[in-house]
Design a binder for this molecule. Structure first.
Ligand code: HEC
Length: 440
């Protein structure tokens, strides 16, 4: 988004690190909340339709309670849904400042859809909750209100809201996936980038997790929270327990496999040990939730109702941290460009007038050290072995770094590091200085 590029300043390296932490925090609010709202609305509409067909009072009560408790209230929609998403847009615009990448535009689109969806869903909630629930008597009068023509209209708010929320979540996953995958940074066109296999996989994980989490959330509220406040109708509790634990179990079964597949789809630039560890933590927690769902559904161990929700929230948090780590890894090079730019802008502001020198060591550490060491061979040859031949031939070395050619059959070809001429000068200067310093 070019408008945003003009508004934000380049960031210092410390600031970039801080922004990544804040981003993880705001997404840890947004993702669980939107998941529960999506799962709750979906299930509420589903059971309202079943009530229409069967006239079973539990279905109606369940449908109303789902939307009432899981969407909390419109204020929560703003604080947990909209504000974090807006904050995320601003942070990502700073992190990816000047990078021509679709992430920020997708997040902005996501915001528009989520905003519309929440307005519709809260309208649907307002209508459903305002229908007085005369506990369990299924009176004629009350049912006729459900059958009035406004019923269809109002329940459509819920359905359209759900569709908007789905599209909003889709754009959100497209944004996050593009930011964690450096290889797709060149914009491939809207359809290909939105329907890319990686995006669809992440979307599937999001929605499946949403269903598991919303069922766990309702169990938590019903078995743990409300239990203390009012006497819960025991038949109804049994009904809720059956439905939620089975639906939660079904939704969580495919999750570990999906997360494992996702791990293999990361590009090499983004993959690191911590990403692997966070994925494994998440998978282990989902397995745990899976067993707890099972215990509740078949052994009637109600006391686990509160634990599942907490376990799944931590599982989701692990996934969010994993994506943020991947994004940090994938944007390392870009962050370096930004902080160099920051140093330049800052020294101009201070009136030093001269452009800050590109830091050769920083470039070397990020772009070269992953393959080279000075004193021993690594992916590429040890600098001590090859640099003697460039003694007094700096121009040749510069030419090689700008455009590496195949030299030693014992090594794979060196990829082009893609540096600007100035960066090459800086890194070669550092390389030669360091070589002479260490040789002494
Ligand atoms: C992905 C791994 C990788 C990265 C990143 C990388 N190199 Fe290399 N480098 C190699 C390999 C492999 C060779 C051996 C190529 C050959 O002999 O054909 C090599 C060779 C070299 C040589 C010796 C050339 C010669 O004449 O024998 C120099 C000098 C060098 N790299 C410097 C750098 C610098 C500076 C950077 C960072 C800007 C860098 N490399 C980044 C893998 C890498």
């Amino acid at each position: 988004m070019e408008i945003l590029d003009k508004l934000v300043l380049p960031q210092s390296a410390e600031h970039i690190g801080l922004l990544h932490y804040i981003l993880t925090l705001v997404l840890a609010l947004f993702v669980p909340f939107i998941s529960v709202v999506f799962g709750g609305t979906f299930t509420s509409i589903y059971f309202l339709n079943r009530f229409k067909k069967t006239k079973l009072p539990f279905y109606k009560k369940y449908s109303i309670e789902l939307i009432e408790y899981l969407t909390i209230n419109p204020f929560a929609g703003i604080i947990l849904g909209l504000v974090p998403l807006l904050t995320a847009i601003i942070i990502v615009a700073q992190l990816l400042h000047t990078a021509r990448i679709q992430t920020v535009s997708y997040l902005a689109l996501s915001f528009i859809f989520v905003l519309t969806a929440l307005i519709l869903i809260y309208a649907y909630r307002h209508w459903l909750v305002s229908i007085k629930i005369t506990d369990f008597d299924n009176t004629k009068e009350e049912n006729s209100r459900f059958e009035s023509s406004s019923f269809y209209l109002r329940s459509n708010y819920g359905k359209i809201g759900l569709i908007f929320l789905f599209i909003g979540i889709w754009f959100y996953t497209a944004a996050i996936t593009s930011a964690t995958n450096f290889l797709t940074w060149s914009f491939p066109g809207i359809i290909t980038s939105i329907a890319a296999p990686g995006v669809l996989l992440n979307l599937l994980i999001f929605l499946t997790f949403a269903l598991a989490l919303s069922n766990a959330a309702f169990l938590f509220i019903h078995l743990y929270w409300k239990r203390e406040k009012e006497t819960v109708h025991s038949d109804y509790t049994k009904f809720v327990k059956d439905i939620c634990s089975k639906a939660g179990l079904r939704a969580s079964i495919p999750l570990p496999v999906l997360i494992a597949i996702n791990l293999f789809s990361f590009s090499e630039t983004a993959l690191s040990g911590s990403i692997f560890i966070y994925s494994v933590i998440s998978i282990v927690l989902i397995f745990l939730a899976y067993h707890l769902f099972y215990l509740i559904s078949s052994k009637n161990e109600y006391k686990f109702g509160s634990v599942i929700f907490i376990v799944l929230i931590f599982g989701l948090a692990a996934l969010i941290i994993k994506d943020q780590k991947a994004m940090t890894n994938a944007t390392v090079g870009h962050s370096l460009v930004l902080s160099t730019e920051y140093n330049r802008v800052f020294s101009e502001l201070k009136g030093e007038g001269k452009i800050a020198e590109l830091n050769g060591k920083e470039i070397y550490d990020v772009r070269c050290a992953s393959c080279h060491k000075f004193d021993q061979k690594f992916v590429g040859p040890a600098h001590f072995d090859v640099l003697p031949k460039y003694d007094g031939k700096k121009a040749q070395l510069i030419a090689f770094i700008k455009n590496p050619v195949k030299i030693d059959p014992a090594y794979p070809p060196m990829p082009n590091p893609g540096l600007t001429p100035k960066e090459v000068d800086a890194v070669v200067k550092y390389l030669l200085d360091e070589y002479h310093r260490q040789k002494k």
